[in-house]
Design a binder for this molecule. Structure first.
Ligand code: NAD
Length: 389
């Protein structure tokens, strides 16, 4: 790969300055402490990096590749990573990055490599896979800057998507949330929106625990079967044909039909803000486990609580991938990582649900209070202008 050209522009914005382009970014006591917008005229790369808070340690966060990714979305996701790390008891902060592109476009390698070179100096942020990026792309980043997580196993990594770390954590979370609701997981009916890395693994691990997967969806639509979909055939169909509609089972419905599925547990595992004020009333599930990041708007989360629906927030339910990345950072094995995911997620789910019921607050509020306490205690001891590598 040719050496990078030096005419690329990097703009670093300190927290005290808020130019026009950052008017829709929310700043508070925790951060975000660093926002970078990247533009490389040579490759055409447009992207961004947000370091939210590094009081507890270096920030870990995925690289989202999507034509629609925005600085605001990345900043919100970076905050989620700060909270997720703190509540999971990890010595890491929160960050996130984005590349505005289609992950399948021809020059994606050139864009990812340019992205890596342009964020080389942000040493307190360690990139990892996210929507649109995968282990092979992490190899390109490793080659460029030597600092990355989620590498393939052959290169000493713990490939969290291949291993299904986040879906494993969602299933571990389901066990505890079901106990609180006196709902037997062994026969619970589950609907999953998004059948990518998170959704597929959640389906597999939940089916292993005896749950019945009654509907799944992806960008091609919803596939539903009241008596339960056969998971191995479904996974094979998604692998071969690229969509859940390629399966020979069940009934194909429009994508949004997933939200009205008659089920006990709904797992949004695709994109942000998919459950909102205009569709929350359709939901029949009594339990929502947030597999995706910020899939339910705050307004809908409040409204669902009033309807009696228990919503376990993203930074508890989907922390499996981050915990595995933190284990890779410490060079632990996959077996140790899975055991840690199960232990931490089950302990935290129990802790925040007990606190939420006792104090009559939302599980998200209970988790946020605990996470913020931990970050602030660390901030009281540290100066964040020193990068924490
Ligand atoms: P992915 O790209 O592997 O899969 C996304 C899936 O969502 C695909 O099946 C896609 O078809 C589907 N999808 C997209 N738009 C949809 C729509 N409108 N309706 C239905 N399905 C739609 O992504 P992923 O890694 O599975 O991540 C999914 C979500 O989980 C993201 O929000 C991500 O930030 C979050 N998350 C991922 C991990 C991880 O370990 N991969 C960890 C924590 C959180």
């Amino acid at each position: 790969m040719a050496a990078p050209k030096s005419n690329s522009a990097i703009y670093i914005c300190p927290i005290s300055v808020k130019p026009e382009s950052m008017k829709n970014i929310e700043f508070d006591d925790l951060g975000p402490t660093k926002l970078l917008q990247l533009y490389d005229p040579e490759s055409g790369l447009r992207g961004m990096v947000v370091v939210d808070n590094t009081a507890l340690g270096p920030a870990i966060g995925g690289v989202r590749i999507s034509p629609a990714v925005s600085l605001r979305e990345v900043a919100r996701l970076a905050r989620t990573m700060t909270m997720k790390s703190a509540i999971a008891g990890l010595d890491h902060g929160g960050g996130k990055s984005g590349i505005i592109a289609n992950p399948k476009q021809d020059n994606i390698e050139q864009l990812v490599r340019a992205f890596a070179r342009m964020m080389r100096g942000v040493e307190e942020y360690v990139p990892a896979p996210d929507m649109g990026s995968d282990e092979s792309m992490m190899v390109w980043i490793k080659e460029e800057i030597g600092r990355v997580l989620g590498l393939p196993e052959e290169l000493g990594g713990l490939p969290l998507d291949k291993l299904g770390a986040t879906g494993y954590g969602v299933a571990a979370c389901a066990e505890i949330a079901c106990k609180h609701l006196h709902l037997p997981l062994q026969s619970a009916r589950v609907a999953i929106q998004g059948f990518g890395n998170v959704g597929r693994a959640a389906a597999r691990f939940l089916a292993d625990k005896g749950a019945i997967i009654v509907a799944v969806s992806d960008s091609s639509g919803t596939l539903a079967q009241k008596n339960g979909l056969e998971i191995d055939e479904l996974l094979a169909a998604k692998q071969d044909k690229g969509t859940v509609s390629g399966s020979s089972q069940g009934k194909t419905l429009p994508g949004d039909a997933i939200f009205g599925t008659d089920c006990d547990i709904l797992i949004p595992a695709a994109t942000p803000d998919v459950i909102h004020r205009n569709n929350f009333e359709q939901i029949k599930a009594g339990l929502i486990l947030q597999g995706a990041n910020i899939p339910v708007t705050r307004e809908a989360e409040n409204a669902l609580a009033q309807k009696g629906v228990l919503v376990v927030p993203d930074f508890i339910a989907n922390a499996g991938g981050l915990i595995m990345a933190a284990m890779e950072y410490r060079r632990k094995s996959a077996t140790e990582a899975f055991a840690t995911i199960e232990r931490k997620i089950q302990k935290n789910t129990d802790l925040i649900l007990l606190k939420a019921f006792k104090e009559n607050i939302l599980p998200r509020a209970a988790a946020e209070q605990l996470a913020i306490e931990r970050v602030k205690a660390a901030m009281a001891l540290r100066d964040l202008s020193y990068p924490w590598k």
